[in-house]
Design a protein around this ligand. Structure first.
Ligand code: UT7
Length: 311
């Protein structure tokens, strides 16, 4: 039996920051941001809310959705580049808050691809019968490493959390194939310099267009399927133009790709689980659909999964 997603949760902060709000802070425009990135607004967590608070809310929802008790979780993996503190980890912080007393806990650092790394790691522990359930959270408070004097990056990012419980699912469902990868020579294109995130947008863009398309195709082939079998695509929400290029490469119509970037901006490791929850809630992802998840990020790192939805 394959491992699959048996519970989903998300938390997005209440405070909405629109492109028009950002026009007042820097030399930018709603027109530029919308047409170049697809973003209309993003959410920022308040000063007294950190990554562990958002991660806890999303995790609680995922555990309830899975219908399990926190004490049944064997491992907690939190993908983040914006932990509350370097240590203790966010995963240990939420382990305490959730009362997940039987869970080991560690954070995963793979930037925007972190959630994909987390889910694939979880799959290994579940399918080897090491742990019955693994909680995987993607969370970022990117507003705390955003340089509001750099319009190249400041308009792109948002805060939020998404969580899944990975467990065994019925025969034929769950994770059918995956790919993880890294190219450390590209680390210079997206990194944290002192307090702030810095990025060479054009280089990351070129890498992302190539990698997202290739990885999506690879996992479909590895699953023994063809593009025509894919029902829905959930790409990392970094830039609508990057997402569109993956969608077109798979030959999918517009309505078969998740698009939450307009509401939440780029929430890094949280973007894929936030989008998954959205699409399951609005009925676009249904049981037995073949879905492809694909992400990329600083490192450079990437990951893709082909799965059949449902418990
Ligand atoms: O999660 C992974 C992290 N990152 C990404 O996925 C980002 C990947 N890259 C991108 O999404 C795009 O490269 C950006 C959205 C960051 C930039 O779009 P672009 O089409 O590659 O623009 P560009 O960097 O080539 O800049 C075009 C122009 C420049 O002006 P000049 O030099 O042509 O006069 C920029 O200064 O747009 C200007 N510009 C802006 N103008 C208004 C850059 N940022 C802004 C802004 N508002 N916020």
């Amino acid at each position: 039996m394959n491992a699959g997603i048996i519970g989903l949760g998300r938390h997005t902060p209440e405070k909405i920051v629109t492109n028009f709000d950002l026009e007042k802070l820097m030399d930018t425009s709603d027109e530029w941001i919308r047409t170049r990135t697809g973003i209309e607004e993003r959410r920022y967590a308040s000063d007294d809310v950190d990554s562990s608070d958002m991660a806890f809310e999303a995790a609680k929802e995922a555990i309830n959705d899975a219908g399990i008790d926190a004490s049944q979780i064997g491992l907690i993996l939190v993908a983040t580049v914006t932990p509350d503190t370097p240590f203790p980890s966010v995963s240990t912080m939420i382990q305490a808050k959730l009362g997940a007393t039987n869970a080991a806990a560690m954070d995963v650092s793979a930037a925007c691809a972190g959630f994909m790394y987390g889910v694939i790691t979880a799959k290994q522990f579940v399918e080897s019968d090491t742990y019955p359930y693994v909680l995987v959270v993607g969370v970022e408070k990117l507003s705390k490493i955003t340089n509001f004097e750099d319009r190249n990056t400041a308009v792109l990012f948002g805060d939020g959390a998404g969580a899944v419980v990975i467990g065994k699912v019925s025969e034929g469902r769950g994770i059918l194939s995956f790919e993880l990868g890294a190219d450390g020579t590209g680390g210079k294109h997206l990194y944290q310099n002192g307090p702030y995130l810095e990025m060479n947008g054009r280089e990351v863009f070129k890498f992302a267009v190539r990698q997202m398309g290739e990885s999506a195709e690879h996992v479909i082939t590895k699953a023994g399927l063809s593009k025509e079998d894919v029902n829905f695509l959930v790409p990392h929400q970094a830039n609508i133009r990057i997402m569109e290029s993956s969608r077109q490469r798979l030959g999918l119509p517009e309505e078969k790709m998740s698009k939450t970037i307009n509401q939440f901006g780029n929430t890094s490791s949280a973007s894929i689980p936030i989008s998954l929850k959205e699409e399951v809630l609005n009925g676009k992802i249904k049981d037995d659909d073949v879905i492809v998840l694909v992400g990329f990020g600083g490192g450079l790192t990437w990951g893709a999964i082909c799965m059949k939805w449902g418990k």
